[in-house]
Design a protein around this ligand. Structure first.
Ligand SMILES: Cc1ncc(COP(=O)(O)O)c(C=O)c1O
Length: 397
């Protein structure tokens, strides 16, 4: 292997929220962190080389997009996602969540309703609430180890609350679904029928495990493209979240103008030069690294599945179709040991000393679930699972 995804790089003291906020967030100082969705390995050497060149150039003044960036972006979208955005559609933001906030503010008024499908990435809810919009949730449901959309509930909630905006998570964090075309079409039809604008957060689109296939929401039809914003980023794909650069594609000129007007009000201006430099290098030369990363993630998923079977057989893995975040169901273990959701969480954090994301952070549907980030070297993943298995074994003794 050219890239060593099993080499452990110590992140402590590197201003990483994953490792350096443990005490501040009430976790033990020696906790092993597999919570927030970034990766524990350095990015692709091709990106590092581009960043080094920029550092050697030494000038970090105001920056702008150029043809080489857009060509690289477009080639990537075409090759990886059968998506051919026009340059005019592009609006960059310093992150996907920033784009979500622009959309909330652009397409709804205070008090108006925004719908999300819970359990889901928690900033969706937080941003809706923080901007004084009405939070409407439609619960996903689990059947035979797979999570699904309740379309009737989704439509009813839209009608009852006069919903104006839907924030779609595709692929879905944390339930690991890669929505199939038919599911997306049903969602799109409902939203068109009730004039609900769709913000499709597709940040996890480069983590899809075959035979699953990601469908870019706006490619469903011309009508859907006119009614949606699609947001993507190199930040998950190449572990560049700290460089704060993401891309939104808005085909409809009216929606784009409203989105940009909100963006302009924030006072944020040109994109970060390091974010832009890294993104261009990623799209141009990042593929070989990503291919190897996929092999590592696949083998980590296999490892978790086998580990659970051997040592934590009451914990169920929801088989991921996409993302590097696994959704683990502890409900049977809780029933067997007579433990509540918060007792399970306490054992994981304070006895096992492993920091995962507790399922209820994503919505009440996440009760008894924990989300584990497997984009980490195997030794860390193994240690985390061993610690968890030992901590529950100690409860039984
Ligand atoms: C679904 C989803 N959207 C957005 C983000 C964060 O995006 P950004 O850091 O670009 O704001 C994450 C990070 O975990 C995510 O899972």
């Amino acid at each position: 292997m050219i890239y060593d995804f099993n080499k452990v790089t110590d992140r402590h003291g590197s201003n990483s929220i994953k490792t350096d906020l443990a005490l501040a967030r009430g976790k033990p100082a020696d906790v092993l962190s597999l919570w927030v969705a970034d990766m524990d390995f350095p990015t692709s050497p091709a990106i590092l080389e581009a960043l080094h060149k920029k550092v050697d150039h030494g000038i970090f003044g105001y920056s702008c997009l150029d043809d080489s960036f857009f060509t690289a972006l477009k080639n990537w979208m075409q090759t990886e996602h059968d998506f051919s955005p026009d340059r005019r559609e592009l609006v960059t933001t310093p992150g996907v969540v920033f784009g979500i906030v622009c959309a909330i503010r652009a397409f709804t008024q205070e008090g108006e309703a925004v719908i999300i499908q819970t359990p889901v990435y928690y900033p969706f809810k937080n941003m809706i609430v923080a901007n004084n919009r009405k939070l409407v949730t439609s619960s996903l449901y689990e059947k035979d180890g797979k999570w699904f959309i309740d379309f009737d509930d989704f439509e009813k909630k839209i009608i009852d609350n006069k919903v104006k905006l839907f924030i779609l998570c595709s692929p879905h964090n944390p339930v690991g679904r890669v929505w199939i075309r038919e599911e997306l079409e049903r969602i799109a039809e409902i939203c068109l029928r009730h004039k609900v604008i769709v913000f499709a957060d597709e940040i996890h689109n480069d983590f899809v495990y075959p035979p699953n296939k990601h469908t870019v929401f706006s490619t469903l039809s011309e009508e859907v493209a006119e009614n949606s914003i699609v947001s993507m980023s190199v930040s998950k794909t190449f572990n560049l979240a700290g460089l704060q650069f993401s891309t939104n594609f808005i085909k409809n000129p009216g929606l784009r103008a409203r989105f940009k007007a909100e963006f302009d009000k924030t006072g944020y201006d040109e994109p970060s030069i390091m974010g832009l430099t890294a993104a261009r290098a990623a799209y141009q030369n990042g593929k070989p690294w990503l291919e190897e990363l996929h092999k590592h993630l696949k083998s980590n998923i296999d490892f978790v599945r086998d580990f659970l079977k051997d040592k934590l057989s009451l914990v169920r893995l929801i088989e991921p179709e996409g993302t590097f975040l696994l959704w683990l169901d502890f409900s049977k273990l809780g029933t067997k040991l007579g433990l509540s959701d918060s007792e399970i969480d306490d054992i994981i954090v304070n006895k096992a000393k492993v920091w995962l994301d507790r399922g209820t952070m994503f919505g009440q549907e996440g009760e008894f679930y924990q989300r584990i980030n497997i984009a980490t070297p195997r030794p860390l993943l193994e240690e985390a699972l061993e610690r968890i298995a030992n901590a529950f074994a100690a409860v039984v003794e």
